[in-house]
Structure formats: structure tokens, C-alpha cells
Design a protein around this ligand. Sequence first.
Ligand SMILES: Cc1cc2nc3c(=O)[nH]c(=O)nc-3n(C[C@H](O)[C@H](O)[C@H](O)COP(=O)(O)O)c2cc1C
Length: 223
Amino acid sequence: MPTILGISGSPRKGATDFAVREALSEAEKIPGIETIYWTVRGKKIGYCVHCDACIRNKSMCIIQDDLQELEALILKADGFIIGSPVYDMNVSAQLAAVFNRLRPMYLVHPGYLQNKVGAALSTGGTRHGGQEMTNLAIINYYLMHEMLVSGGLGGCYNGGTVWTKDNKVDGVREDTTGYDTIKRLGLGVAEAVMLTTHGREAWEAMKKELSLFSDDKSPIRDH
Ligand SMILES: Cc1cc2nc3c(=O)[nH]c(=O)nc-3n(C[C@H](O)[C@H](O)[C@H](O)COP(=O)(O)O)c2cc1C
């Protein structure tokens, strides 16, 4: 079953938790789509200290905490909806730590994320408080991992953007325009996941006939 993993980068049960779940509920309206939800809330997540053990050992991060459970979920996912509260016009520190700690994904699971679909949403207390910038930080993470990006259907621009007035779930509900981008994001990702999941098998067969692509999925990152 095509699976979408939703991740909330908020340390509390508020707007982002709700928005990511709502986007997933919308995606589930497409028959055949399954969803999984994971949040940084209440999790022990250490910082990357740039020890480079992951690079030397070609292993996931050696810090033992709650991040290991996320690796397993990522490996089940065909699509991603990552949401963050806007902190200083950027993603939360918790989400940044998650991204940093997943650095070796490309070494441990080469090509795994390539051409998987990702989408971003953010909730900010102020109307123009950096939602688009926050989405961009998430989108850049997808691009770094050679993923495809969905911005949602019908003019959501770079993803879900909500103005919460710092009012948690009520803030999302009251921002009807922003709430709508969340729903259209969920549907857009679900459609893109259906297309890519079903198209992948056909393409892999065609690709074998071409000499353009190497079987070696190890990325070229020594530049
Ligand atoms: C440390 C910190 C920095 C923040 N910076 C911004 C900001 O730059 N722009 C903004 O619009 N809101 C900012 N906010 C407000 C939150 O983004 C907003 O309340 C958000 O909806 C919280 O999401 P949550 O309920 O999921 O935690 C900040 C909040 C905190 C705690």
C-alpha cells in the first residue's frame, strides 16, 4: 500500500500536530493510501555533533535515542508531509536536529529517498511570520535527498501555510484560508504518491534498457 509519513516538528500538542494530522486525513481519502504519524513531541532527540562516525562507518547516527524509531518509519514511506512551527522564520530546533541526524540516509540506504514525494507545511503565529521560509527549509531537505516536491493542489504555492495567532488548534481552524492549504496539500501529496508508486515499476523496467543510469546508487558527494 502506498504510505505517507507525516512528521510534526512541534514539541507540543498544538497547531502543527493538528495540521499534519489533518493533511494525512485528507490524503487517506484516496483509496489505497495509508498514513503513519510521527512527532518530535516528548521524544529524546540529541544533536548532531559532527563526529562523522556515520560517514566513517556508513551507519546511521551512533547516538542512541528516539531517532532510531524514525528510520524504520522512513523506510516504509512512499511520501512525506513534514510540518514545523515557525521558529525565528525557520524550522524548530527539534526538526533541524532530526534533519541533521538523518544525514547518513544517503549512505546507509542509497537511492532510497530518490524520487519519493515530499511536501511541507508550517504554522506561524504571525500572518507573514516566515511560513514560506520554513517550508523552503523543509523543501531544501527533500531536494538534497533527490526527492520530488509537491506544493499541494490549486495554488498552495510552496505548501501549507497557516497563521495561528499562537492559538494552537483553534488558530488553525480560524485561519480558514491556511487550513484549506493543509487539506489541498494532503490531497496533492496523495495524488503524487499514487503516480510515483504506480509509475516506478514501469519506469524501472524501461530504465534497464537504457545505458544512461548507473546501477550504483551511491551518491557523488565528494565535491
Ligand atoms: C521560539 C519561538 C519562535 C517563534 N518564531 C516565530 C516566527 O518567527 N514567526 C511566526 O510567525 N511565529 C513564530 N512563533 C510562533 C509559532 O510559530 C506559532 O505559535 C505556531 O503556530 C506554534 O505551533 P505549535 O502550536 O504547533 O507549537 C515562534 C514561537 C516560538 C516558541
